[in-house]
Design a protein around this ligand. Structure first.
Ligand SMILES: NC(=O)c1ccc[n+]([C@@H]2O[C@H](COP(=O)([O-])OP(=O)(O)OC[C@H]3O[C@@H](n4cnc5c(N)ncnc54)[C@H](O)[C@@H]3O)[C@@H](O)[C@H]2O)c1
Length: 264
């Protein structure tokens, strides 16, 4: 019960298709360690599904609809979390979107939207949540980037890669600003993870006819461990950084990629 009595504000708590996303697995993993989870997602139904998984095993969860890129909706979600649970100890920034394409295919509007969701959201929520953490004597922020933010993965994913890179540096900046005031901030950098979103959003980069078996097999083959990671393996890394086990760790990245980024 390493997160007993902790309140977690989980942004992007749902799954964009049926199955176990990183957000959903993280909700359940943190709740198993004693945390109360405020499961926030753009899609209420997705947030509800994660909250239901927690409640099934006796955990505490509140599902809320909010768009992380929208100041007003996050203000309301943070206010509700604080009124319901008295404050926030842990903030997980997991909501993320992308669009396959390079310079030619990426419109400035695509870049704007992906920046709003992947980066600006951290500014919006941090401004609202950090004061509560300070009142409670400290807290932990964990952001979810991607190996696409530190390497070229063999296909153009421009706006996603650029914004996931920015997220890493943004998190380091929070860490430096608040290191003396009890708030730690770190990034988890997942590699190729077998979540439902992959088949939905990036399958075209791996299979010309979106064949799910071909997508899975090609992604598996790229990884030195010969398999994609599971959402649970990423969730465990997030749980570690959110807990006091990581009490002397701030302003850094934990890469969870089966050896992928060390390969070349
Ligand atoms: N799956 C992978 O291989 C992989 C690899 C590296 C990094 N990641 C990152 O991990 C995170 C989770 O990925 P996943 O594969 O579980 O994806 P997912 O799409 O299943 O889950 C993301 C959740 O965030 C929600 N969301 C999206 N935009 C939102 C917004 N504007 N406001 C609120 N909620 C919003 C979605 O509704 C969804 O429930 C993402 O940030 C992704 O970039 C995934």
């Amino acid at each position: 019960m390493k997160l007993a009595n902790k309140v977690v504000f989980m942004a992007g708590a749902g799954s964009s298709a049926p199955g176990w996303s990183i957000g959903k697995a993280t909700c359940v993993t943190l709740a198993r360690q004693g945390a109360s989870i405020v499961a926030v997602d753009k899609h209420l139904q997705a947030a509800e599904e994660s909250a239901e998984e927690i409640r099934k095993t006796g955990g505490i969860a509140l599902a809320l609809q909010a768009d992380v890129a929208d100041q007003h909706s996050i203000e309301q979600a943070v206010a509700r979390a604080i009124s319901e649970f008295g404050g926030i100890d842990v903030y997980i920034a997991n909501a993320g979107i992308g669009k396959i394409g390079g310079i030619v295919e990426t419109e400035t509007a695509d870049m704007d939207l992906i920046y709003q969701v992947n980066v600006q959201s951290l500014l919006i929520a941090s401004k609202l949540i950090i004061p509560s953490m300070l009142q409670r004597g400290g807290g932990a922020i964990v952001t979810i980037s991607s190996v696409a933010g530190i390497r070229y993965l063999g296909y153009p994913h421009l706006a996603y890669s650029v914004t996931k890179a920015a997220l890493i540096q943004f998190t380091r900046m929070i860490a430096q600003e608040y290191a003396g005031r009890g708030i730690r901030a770190n990034t988890v950098v997942p590699g190729l993870i077998d979540t439902p979103r992959v088949q939905k959003n990036v399958s075209a980069a791996f299979s010309s006819d979106n064949n799910p078996d071909e997508v899975r097999s090609k992604r598996n083959q790229q990884v030195p461990m010969q398999r994609m990671g599971t959402a649970w393996e990423v969730a465990n890394a997030i749980a570690f950084l959110a807990s006091d086990d990581a009490s002397y760790i701030t302003g850094t990245e934990l890469v969870v990629d089966g050896g992928l980024t060390g390969k070349f």
